[in-house]
Design a binder for this molecule. Structure first.
Ligand code: HEC
Length: 270
């Protein structure tokens, strides 16, 4: 480092004054210092060209922190959705469900929930939202249980409807032998528009939820669980005859579920 000794600077000022280049002491000091600085600058800058490094380095950081902040945000935004989004999406649903449970024991899943959905979309227009009846008979008076003492017959009726029974040469339907078209209207056939599973759940919804036939509940739930767990294969559509003779395979599975239920009921009772 080359430093101009103070006494040399002073001497040069004195020399300038002597030459008539009157330099005020203060003003003279300034250029001298400035020159001293400029003399220093290369000396300092040269070895510490790295010294400006802190400057360029400290310049990028200002842009960089915002950058890394965005990156961090973007990263955290990417990660969160995987598990938070479902939570956020279903939060309102859970809220509605929860509020629902406060008002009445509404079901939010399972056979009666699914059945209720199918019923609301396909059946309520004629049978009433709460099964009070309309174009079609009421369900909330338990009459449908008298009409169909077993649910398979009810499924067959829903699959084929009034016309299907007429086509099969029938004049009545159900255990109580109700006249086909006796109410002045026809029950549509749902074998085509609805899937087999949908017809099953709607049947149970009418019997259990609307007609209050609680005896079917355990079986309906076991059937639904078996289907839900992939243990019960249902055809896409029921095509069996009007006598409710389900395909042998399904009938076997139904029998198995019934047997299991009876067993567990016996265990519970004994
Ligand atoms: C277009 C109107 C209409 C729609 C929609 C309708 N039904 Fe019906 N339903 C009727 C009529 C009419 C009858 C009586 C039929 C007869 O007298 O031949 C009936 C009878 C029934 C019965 C027999 C009730 C009894 O006790 O006699 C059941 C069970 C039934 N419907 C179930 C359903 C289901 C399940 C759905 C929806 C998937 C449905 N219905 C949709 C008009 C309708």
């Amino acid at each position: 480092m080359t430093e101009i000794p103070e006494h040399l600077l002073k001497r040069s000022r004195d020399a300038k004054r002597a030459l008539g280049l009157d330099v005020p002491a203060e003003a003279g000091a300034a250029p001298a210092e400035a020159s001293a600085q400029s003399a220093n600058a290369p000396a300092v800058a040269a070895p510490t060209t790295g010294a400006p490094v802190p400057i360029p380095a400290s310049e990028p950081p200002p842009p960089e922190p915002p950058k890394s902040e965005w990156v961090a945000n973007a990263e955290s935004r990417k990660k969160i959705p995987y598990w938070v989004m479902p939570v956020l999406l279903f939060l309102p649903v859970w809220l509605i469900m929860y509020v629902g449970t406060l008002e009445e024991p509404t079901r939010s899943e399972g056979v009666l929930y699914e059945g209720g959905e199918v019923y609301a979309e396909n059946c309520a227009s004629c049978h009433g939202a709460a099964g009070g009846g309309g174009v079609g008979p009421a369900f909330n008076n338990g009459a449908v249980i008298e009409t169909f003492s077993n649910f398979e017959d009810q499924v067959a009726w829903i699959v084929h409807g009034t016309q299907g029974y007429l086509d099969a040469g029938r004049e009545t339907y159900g255990d109580t032998e109700r006249a086909l078209g006796g109410s002045g209207a026809n029950m549509p056939n749902f074998g085509e528009p609805l899937e087999a599973a949908e017809i099953l759940w709607a049947t149970f919804y009418e019997r259990i939820e609307l007609s209050g036939h609680g005896e079917d509940l355990a079986f309906a739930e076991a059937l639904f669980a078996a289907y839900d767990h992939g243990e019960l294969e249902l055809p896409e559509h029921f095509a069996e005859g009007i006598d409710g003779d389900f395909e042998a395979e399904i009938e076997e599975l139904l029998a198995g579920i019934r047997a299991e239920l009876t067993e567990s009921e016996e265990v519970a009772a004994g």
